[in-house]
Design a protein around this ligand. Sequence first.
Ligand code: URA
Length: 679
Amino acid sequence: MQDIQYSQQVPPQISNLEKVKIVIVGECPNETEVKEAKPFCGMSGRVLDEILREVGIDREQCYITNVVQVRPPSNNFGVFYEDKGQKKPTEYLSSCYRRLHEELTNINPNIIIACGEQALRATTGLTGISHWRGSVVSNPAGQKVLPTYHPASVLREWKQRSAVICDFTKARKESEFPEIRQTNRTYDVCYLANDAIRYLTLLKEEKYVSFDIETETNQVTCIAFGCSSRPNWAVCIPFWFGASGSLHSAEAEQQLWSLIKEILESTQIRKCAQNGMYDVEFLQRTTGIEVRNFTFDTMLAFHVLQLELEKGLGFLVSIYTDQPYYKHLIKAPDMDTYFRYNATDACLTMEIALKLERELHDEKLYEFYVTYVHSMVYPLLSMQRRGVKFDEDSRRALKREYSQLRDMLQDKLNMLVGRELNTNSPKQMKEWLYGKDGLNLKEKLKKRKGTGETTVAADEEAIEDLYRETKNESLRTVLQIREKNKLLSTYLDVRLDEDKRIRCSYLITGTETGRISSRTTLRGTGTNLQNIPDGSIRSLFVPDTGYAFINADLSQAEARVVAYLAGELSLIKVFESGGDIHRKNAANIFKVPEEAVTYEQRSMAKRIVHASNYGMGPITFAKNAGIQVAEARRLLNQYFATYPGIVNWHIGVKSRVKQSRKLVSPFGRVRYFYNRRDE
Ligand code: URA
C-alpha cells in the first residue's frame, strides 16, 4: 500500500467553521478535483450542486470533505482494502478513518451527510447504502449521520436522484438541531394469550386498523395490528418461532384466531396493509379468514403517486417517517426481535397510510386510487384463487412433441456447427457468434448498455438481428430451439397446483406504465398468464364445465385512442366510417383508390400505424418491417403527412415531459419521469 504513488491531496472545502451545520462526506477526489484542489467540483460535484440548490442548502455554508483525500490509482477505491471483497480496510484507509473522525469531532456539525458506501462505512461502521440511505443514525461520537447515494451513483442510475433529493431535504431539516429526534413508538408482543385477548378485544372497537403477517413454511408465524387512534403503537400476536414451536395451547390459539377473524372479517373496521394482497391471500388459504373492508394499501397508493419509484415498505419508511432502517431484523435469530419487527411493520404501515391518504387527497388522486387501482384488489384475488383448468393429457402430448422437435433441431444445429452448442449458455453463444472458431460476426457485434458498462450481447434480440442481417441457417435454428425451450419451460413444464389448475400472482404495481403484470405464484406454481402465445399452448387452457371462453379484442384499439387523443380528424373518420380500416388507411397513405390497395400496401399500413403510435424511428421500423431504412423513413413521413395531427400530438407529449416531467392519462393516472430524458 505504502508504495502506491498518489496524486496531490485535495483538502476539504472549508467555509466559516463557526457556523457549519452540515458536513458532506464523499469518497475520494477525482481527476478534476485533484487538478482544482477542491472536492466535488467535477461531474459528481455538478450533480451535488444541483441537488443542494433544489433542496435549498447553500454549498458555501457546508463543510465538504472526503473519506480519502487523495485519488487512488485508476480511480480504484479497492486498493484501500486488503481483500477483494472489501471487508478489511488497509492500515492506510484506517488512518483516513481516524483523520475523518477527528475532523468531524472538531467541526461538530448538526448533521453529517455520508455520500455512498465508503462514506457510510467511514462515518458509522455500517454497510449497505441502499438499505441505510435516508436513515438518521448515530456515529460512535454520538453525532447524527444521514447516509445517501453518492452523486456519481446518481449519474449512473438517474432514478436514485429522487431518493437523494428526499434525503438532502431531510438533512436540511435535521441540520437545525444536533440531537436525534425520533418518534417514540411502542410495541406490545403478547406472549400470554390473555394479553392477546385483551388487545384484540380492544381492537374490535377501532374504526381503522393496519395488519401485517409474517409467514414461514406455509404458516402464519405472527400477526400484528396498528390502529389510527394510536398511530405510534402496534401489537404483535405471536404463534410460533423456529424450534421453539407453538407459543400457545391449541385451545388458546383457536380463541385468538377467532378474535382475529372477527376483526379482519368485520365490515365495520377499515383495514390497511402494505402489499396486502399477499397477506389477504395467505390468510384465506391457510386460515380460511376472508379479509373484508381492506380499503387502503400503502404500496398501491405510492404506486399512484410515484409510478417509477421503489415501493417496498423499507423505501416508504425512509421517505415518510423518521424510523431508521430496520428491515434486516426480519432475520433476527431471537424471537422477541422478530415479533417486534412484525409490530414495527404494522405500526409504520398505519403511520404511512395516514400520510399517503392525505397526500392522495392533496394531489387530487384519491378518487383515482379508489376507482382504478384499489378496485382491482378483490377481483384479482378472486382470479388468483380460482385459476384456470389445464388439460394435463394434451400437455403431456404437446410436451413430448415439442421436446422431440427441439431435440431434432438441436441435432441439426450440432451438425451445422460441427459440435454440440448449448443455446442457453451466454458464454458459449458469445464465443460462437463472434469468435474465430464460430461465425466470426465481429463486424456485426451487438452490444447492450447496462448500468455503467457496455456488454457484448448474445440474447434473443441480438440473434434475431444477426439472423436478419445474415440469413444464416444455423442462427435460424438457434432461434427455433430457443422458442421451443421457452414454450417448454414456461408452459409445458409449468407446475400446477394440487387441484391441477394453473394460477398466477397478479402485480398491480408490476409496471411503470400502470398496467398490471403477472408471474408465478408465491408457492412457485403457475406462470405469467397474461402473455399466452397464440396456437397450441392456448388449447391447454379449458373452461370449467358450463362455461366458455370469450375472446374480446377491439380492432386497432390503440390506434383509435391515438386518433382521438391527437384529435386527428381524418383518422377518426377512417375509424368511424367502419369497414376495412387498414385498407382505408392504406388508400390515404399511398394515395390510391380503396379498391386499388394491394395486399402489401394494406399490411404495410397496418405496421405503420403501430410504429408511429409508439414514435418508432425509421431504423427500428425498417428492422421490424424487414425493409430498407430509406424506405421506412419515406413511409413514416408519408404517414405523418397524411395525419399531421399525430405529429403535433407527439410534439406536445414530448414538450410536456420536457417541461414538467409529468404526464396525465385521460383517466387521471399521473406519471412523473425520473430517468434521463430521451426520445
Ligand atoms: N469528488 C469528490 O471530492 N469526492 C467524491 O467522492 C467524488 C467526487
